[in-house]
Design a protein around this ligand. Structure first.
Ligand code: PLP
Length: 391
């Protein structure tokens, strides 16, 4: 049976060209970039080149790009780093209720350390209200951290406007752009972004590699202390192959962006229409238009997302549920609850995220099997039985 991978928001395969670019830095050019002989110089040049590529892709200067161990570290560093460096100015941070846990749990940690955090609610599409954002800003607010695009429902935030508001109020703006990069154009200058998080493995690069863009002139406390790497801000011998990989992946992600985004949007909309037309009592989660080209997220009334995933898996599909059931917790997704779904609907969710291997046939095949699976699960559902009796 052919497996169909529909979980690109969880991770993506490393591109062959990316892997090939990385390999020499494991073997022949393995030198430590801080050393002074030839192979070390080659490593150093490779790191510099990767930094240039990343900078160019997001409209930053080369000196504003820092390599980390992933999106999680970058989120942690941005938020804890600003909190530490600017605590004299204030201890208030604004974020949203539907951020990735790398942001939410970092904010909760800071609350325990005496910081105050406002978790802005979102509307039923998952967008932050700009007036509510403005009203939340206080004289002691030091940071706004709001993601560019949500990893579960794909909703895009009005990042341009948020950047503007932050700048007008003299507050730093951090955005987690892990899901957005490669799907929508990112320009840190145009978008008034002060700090931006990227991750390698969501864009066909290596796992365990991230980037933090730090606008020039911003002070930031360090998480990792040691050697003088990354301009003394993030210690540890550089992961040269990883850096080469994430540099290559980032450059490639902006190369074909428009064409690929158009192709994926076509597939996405075919899927959305097909599902909503063929399966009753179903809702599309997230914004109908202002969403990532590759993301579709549905709630099917009366069923459990977990059972749906298992049955899809048996048919060869790798997809994901918005609910955290899969990770061993029975709590429904904070994002789906955040957009106002009742618990049952939040439990019955399915996230399909497309990528470079996704084809028209994949969508057609999914549309062939999904209505049947949902019907079968509903036939076993006491909720559905009650509902039909009442009808
Ligand atoms: C995957 C993801 C992260 C975490 O990135 P890692 O590189 O896996 O640590 C952070 N934010 C968002 C929105 C993500 O999707």
């Amino acid at each position: 049976m052919k497996r169909i991978y529909l979980d690109y928001a969880a991770t993506s395969p490393t591109k062959k060209s990316v892997l090939e670019a990385m390999i020499p830095y494991f073997t022949q050019d393995f030198g430590n970039p801080s050393s002074i002989y030839e192979s070390a110089r080659k490593s150093k040049i490779a790191v510099d080149e990767a930094r240039k590529k990343v900078a160019k892709s997001i409209g930053a200067d080369t000196g504003e790009i820092y390599f980390t161990s992933g999106g999680t570290e970058s989120d942690n560093w941005a938020i804890k780093g600003i909190a530490e460096a600017y605590q004299q100015k204030g201890k208030h941070i604004i974020t949203s209720q539907i951020e990735h846990h790398a942001v939410l749990n970092t904010c909760e940690y800071l609350e325990k350390k005496g910081y105050k955090v406002t978790y802005l609610p979102v509307d039923s599409y998952g967008q932050v209200n700009l007036d509510e954002l403005k009203n939340a800003i206080q004289s002691d607010t030091i940071l706004i951290s709001i993601m560019t695009a949500n990893n579960e429902i794909g909703t895009l935030q009005k990042v341009n406007e948020i950047g503007q508001i932050a700048r007008e109020n003299n507050v730093f703006f951090h955005t987690d752009a892990v899901q957005a990069i490669g799907q929508i154009p990112i320009d840190v200058k145009k978008m008034s972004i002060d700090l931006l998080t990227l991750s390698g493995h969501k864009i066909y690069g290596p796992k365990g590699m991230g980037i933090l863009f730090i606008r020039k002139g911003i002070r930031l406390g360090s998480l990792i202390h040691g050697g003088a790497q990354e301009k003394r801000r993030r210690a540890g011998t550089e992961n040269v192959p990883g850096i080469v990989g994430i540099g290559e992946a980032t450059a490639l992600s902006s190369l074909n962006l428009e064409k690929e985004a158009k192709r994926l949007t076509g597939l996405r909309d075919k899927l959305i229409k097909g599902v909503l037309d063929s399966i009753p009592y179903t809702k599309l989660n997230g914004h109908p238009i202002e969403r990532l080209p590759n993301n579709a997220n549905f709630s099917f009334q009366f069923i459990e997302g977990e059972s749906l995933l298992i049955m899809l898996d048996m048919k060869g599909f790798s997809a994901s549920s918005g609910s955290a059931c899969t990770s061993g917790s029975l709590d429904p997704s904070h994002v789906l609850l955040g957009i106002g779904l009742p618990h049952e609907m939040a439990h019955g969710s399915l996230r399909v995220t497309l990528g470079e291997q996704s084809t028209e046939e994949d969508i057609e095949h999914l549309l062939e099997v999904l209505p049947d699976i949902v019907s079968r699960l509903r036939e076993m559902s006491p909720l559905y039985e009650d509902f039909m009796k009442q009808k």
